[in-house]
Design a protein around this ligand. Structure first.
Ligand code: ADQ
Length: 469
C-alpha cells in the first residue's frame, strides 16, 4: 500500500488518546494511520529571523509529523497577507475586502517553494500526496518542478468563486495553472466545481468533459489532465451522536440549562470571521424581538465566537462591530433578569459544545458564504431525535446543498431570517422530528469516513490521463 503524505498549512500534532482538535484532523489522522505516512506543514509557531531550515520530525508509530516554524516575514506575507487578505476574501466573493500587492503574492509563492524544498527529500516514489486548502495552491506545481511525479491531490476547503470574480486577481492564470499541476482537485459543492470548470472554459484553451458520475469533470488544461470532483466534507456522525447523549448532562450544560430558567435557546458557533454573517445574524435576532415581542424575556441567543486571524485589520473591525451591536441590542431589550444576547469571544471543547447544541432549540448558521460549514452538521447530529431542535441555515453555506430539510434562509434578508426564527421557535414536534430524521439520514450516509475514503480512493486511481469510468 502506498504511503499517504498530507500537507496542510497547520499540522494538528496530537498526543495519542487525547481528544482531537476537530473533525478534519481526526479524519486525516485516521487516513494516515491506515497507510502510514507523513503529515507535513507549518508548526503554527512564528520565529524571529528566517523560517526553520530543517523540519522538526516527530514519530508516532507509522506516522511522522514534519513541521516547520515560519519566520516573521514569511508568516506576514504568505499567511496574513496573500492567503488571508487576498485569497480568503476573493474566494468568499468579497472583492471589496481584497488587498492586492506583489510583495505578498511573492511571499506566498516563496513559502510554497520553501515548503516543497523541505518535503521533497522526505518523499518516496510511490507516495500519494494530499494537499489541503487555499494556502497551498502552488505547492503541487513546486513539487513537479523538482521532478516529483507522484500522485497528487488538492482539496479546497473554501468556496471557489465564478470566473467573473476570480479574474479580479492579477496573475489569476498562474494560480489556476498551478492548481492544474494536481491529478485530482476536490471541492465541497457543485457550485464550486462549476466555478472552476467555467474558468477553464472561458479563460484558458483547456477543455472540460462532464463525467457520468454527479459532480465529476475531466479537465485538460495547461498540458495536463486532471479530475475535478465534488467531495462534500462531513462530521464523525456516530461519534457526535453518542457524545451528545451524555454531554447534555455535563456540568456546563447543566449550568447553561439552569441559567435559562425555562427560556428557549438559539445558538450560533463560529470562528469570528466576516464570512460568517454575524452582524446580519445579530440584526435578525433583533428583528425577531421587534416583530414578535412575545419572545422578549422568553428566548436567549448564545453566540460563541472565538477570535481568529487577529493580525488582519478586517478581523479587528468585525470584532469591534459585533461588540457594539451586542451591547446596543442588549441595552434596548434587556430586562433586569434577562440578557437577550450572550456573546462570548472564546472557544469550548467538543464535549461542552455538544451539550450546548443539544440544549438549543434553534441552531442559527447564517454565513454570507461558506465552503461547507461543519457547525450546521454538528448541531443536527447532537439533537435528541425525540425532541429535536431546528436548524436555520444560509443558502450560501455549502451545507445547504445537502441539508434541504433545514429552514433555508437568505442571510442578507434580515426580516426573512427573523421570520425563519419565529417559524423555528413555533414549529410543531411532528415537523421537527421529520426534518431531523431526514437530515440525519444524510449525515449517517455521508460522514467524515465516507469523505476521506472517497477522496483517497479517487487519488489512488490517478493519474487520469486516460478515460475513467
Ligand atoms: P471554518 O471556517 O473554521 O472551516 P466550520 O466548517 O464551521 O468553519 O468548522 C469549524 C470547526 O471548528 C467546527 O468543527 C466547529 O465545531 C469548531 N468550532 C467553531 N467554533 C468553535 C468554538 N467557539 N469553540 C470550539 N470549536 C469551535 C473551513 C471552511 C468551512 C469548511 C471547513 C472544513 O471555512 O467552510 O466547512 O473548513 O472544510
Amino acid at each position: 500500500m502506498s504511503r499517504l503524505v498530507v500537507v496542510s498549512n497547520r499540522v494538528a500534532l496530537m498526543e495519542e488518546g487525547k481528544q482531537a482538535a476537530g473533525g478534519l484532523a481526526v479524519a486525516i489522522l485516521a487516513a494516515l494511520k491506515k497507510t502510514g505516512g507523513i503529515w507535513f506543514g507549518w508548526s503554527g509557531k512564528v520565529v524571529d529571523g528566517e523560517s526553520q531550515v530543517e523540519p522538526t520530525r516527530t514519530e508516532a508509530g507509522k506516522l511522522t509529523y514534519a513541521t516547520l516554524d515560519l519566520g516573521r516575514r514569511d508568516h506576514e506575507e504568505y499567511y496574513n497577507g496573500f492567503a488571508n487578505q487576498t485569497l480568503w476574501p476573493l474566494f468568499h466573493y468579497r472583492l471589496g475586502l481584497i488587498s492586492v500587492n506583489r510583495r505578498t503574492r511573492e511571499g506566498y509563492e516563496r513559502v510554497n517553494a520553501y515548503f516543497a524544498d523541505k518535503l521533497e527529500p522526505l518523499l518516496r516514489t510511490d507516495d500519494m500526496i494530499w494537499v489541503h486548502d487555499y494556502h497551498l495552491i502552488p505547492f503541487g506545481d513546486e513539487l513537479r518542478r523538482r521532478g516529483c511525479s507522484q500522485r497528487m491531490g488538492f482539496f479546497l476547503h473554501t468556496p471557489f468563486p465564478p470566473p467573473e470574480l476570480l479574474t479580479a486577481l492579477p496573475n489569476h492564470r498562474d494560480l489556476i495553472r498551478e492548481l492544474c499541476a494536481y491529478d485530482l482537485v476536490g471541492f465541497h459543492t457543485i457550485t464550486d466545481l462549476r466555478g472552476f470548470c467555467d474558468y477553464i472554459r472561458t479563460e484558458t484553451d483547456g477543455t472540460v468533459e462532464q463525467r457520468g458520475a454527479y459532480g465529476t469533470a475531466m479537465i485538460r488544461a495547461f498540458g495536463r489532465t486532471l479530475l475535478a470532483k465534488v467531495f462534500p466534507i462531513s462530521i464523525d456522525t456516530p461519534a457526535l451522536e453518542s457524545l451528545a447523549r451524555t454531554a447534555g448532562r455535563s456540568r456546563q450544560a447543566e449550568r447553561l440549562r439552569e441559567s435559562l430558567v425555562g427560556r428557549r435557546l438559539i445558538i450560533g458557533v463560529d470562528r469570528l470571521d466576516y464570512s460568517k454573517g454575524l452582524p446580519q445574524r445579530f440584526a435578525a435576532f433583533e428583528q425577531l424581538l421587534e416583530s414578535y415581542p412575545e419572545h422578549c424575556n422568553r428566548v436567549s441567543f448564545l453566540q460563541v465566537a472565538p477570535p481568529s486571524r487577529e493580525d488582519v485589520p478586517e478581523y479587528i473591525a468585525i470584532r469591534r462591530e459585533l461588540s457594539e451591536m451586542a451591547g446596543r441590542i442588549n441595552g434596548r431589550f434587556a430586562e433586569f433578569d434577562w440578557q437577550p444576547i450572550r456573546y462570548l469571544n472564546r472557544s469550548f471543547g467538543q464535549r461542552v459544545l455538544a451539550g450546548f447544541y443539544r440544549l438549543a432549540n434553534v441552531g442559527l448558521v447564517t454565513p454570507l458564504r461558506d465552503g461547507m460549514n461543519l457547525v450546521a452538521k454538528e448541531y443536527v447530529a447532537c439533537q435528541d431525535a425525540d425532541d429535536p431542535g431546528v436548524l436555520v441555515l444560509s443558502q450560501f453555506a455549502g451545507a445547504a446543498h445537502e441539508m434541504g430539510e433545514a429552514l433555508i434562509v437568505n442571510p442578507f434578508d434580515i426580516e426573512g431570517v427573523g421570520d425563519a426564527l419565529q417559524r423555528a421557535l413555533t414549529m410543531p414536534l411532528g415537523e421537527r422530528k421529520e426534518r431531523h430524521a431526514a437530515l440525519m439520514q444524510t449525515l449517517r450516509r455521508h460522514d467524515i469516513s465516507w469523505w476521506r475514503e472517497s477522496y483517497v480512493d479517487a487519488l489512488t486511481r490517478a493519474p487520469y490521463d486516460f478515460p475513467v469510468t
